[in-house]
Design a protein around this ligand. Structure first.
Ligand code: ZN
Length: 233
């Protein structure tokens, strides 16, 4: 665990999870009387560590909203120990390497707990999408300089792409082009999102290209023209 690229605070929190030292309501309720044992984030279950990590709908939504689009509902039958041990192995058939997966698990768990504490102590609810965007940024920052961002994913990872949000007040336009051969029309698609992972616009076009290099150029040209036309800064 300590070899992970996650921040020291996030690592320490993971260590507390592993040793059952997280002060959840159920944990504290064994020693003092609390007005409620219910999870403050979803109001649908007792706040145990297992609930926070795996079964809380709030946590599940965050996990699904990060770039990995992970469905932790598939892991909810694991114990806390089993789940944490799983952090050090990438999911089966995953496109992601174990270092990146581990960093995501540690960073996401820490961010979820911080969001929980904000709600409990300041009554400030953070939307799952906002927490997810923060996790993506944190992981990107943690991995920066280790060239993992560039090499973490295998070249055949067509199903899920690793999307890094743009900086604050910036927008990101992702363009993808389908090309089979010079005899078949190409397909160009794009999606525009902001740094909060909010969908802003999307579109598509068709065209023709003789080579894969020309395809890439046409995609970029289409996206640039679209930005100019719609005055996207
Ligand atoms: Zn909950």
């Amino acid at each position: 665990m300590w070899k992970s690229l996650a921040t020291p605070k996030a690592l320490l929190f993971s260590w507390k999870c592993l040793h059952d030292m997280v002060p959840t309501r159920v944990k504290i309720g064994k020693f003092i009387t609390l007005p409620s044992m219910t999870c403050p984030m979803c109001d649908s279950g007792e706040e145990t560590l297992h609930h926070i990590l795996l079964t809380c709908p709030y946590s599940q939504k965050i996990w699904f909203s990060v770039s990995l689009a992970c469905r932790i509902v598939f892991f909810q039958n694991l114990t806390v120990d089993q789940w944490i041990n799983y952090w050090f192995l990438p999911p089966d058939n995953s496109f992601i390497d174990s270092n990146t997966w581990t960093t995501y698990c540690i960073a996401a768990t820490w961010s979820i707990w911080k969001a929980r504490c904000r709600k409990v102590f300041t009554n400030c609810f953070t939307e799952p999408l906002d927490v997810a965007a923060d996790i993506d940024l944190t992981v990107a920052k943690d991995l920066k300089g280790n060239s993992l961002l560039q090499h973490s994913f295998t070249s055949n990872s067509h199903d899920i792409s690793f999307w890094i949000p743009p900086g604050i007040l910036n927008l990101k336009l992702n363009v993808d082009i389908a090309f089979l051969s010079a005899e078949i029309d190409i397909g160009i698609g794009f999606i525009l999102r902001n740094n909060m992972v909010m969908f802003l616009s999307a579109g598509f076009s068709r065209g023709h290209a003789a080579t894969s290099e020309e395809v890439e150029c046409q995609g970029l040209l289409f996206a640039t023209r679209w930005c100019i036309q719609f005055k996207v800064a």
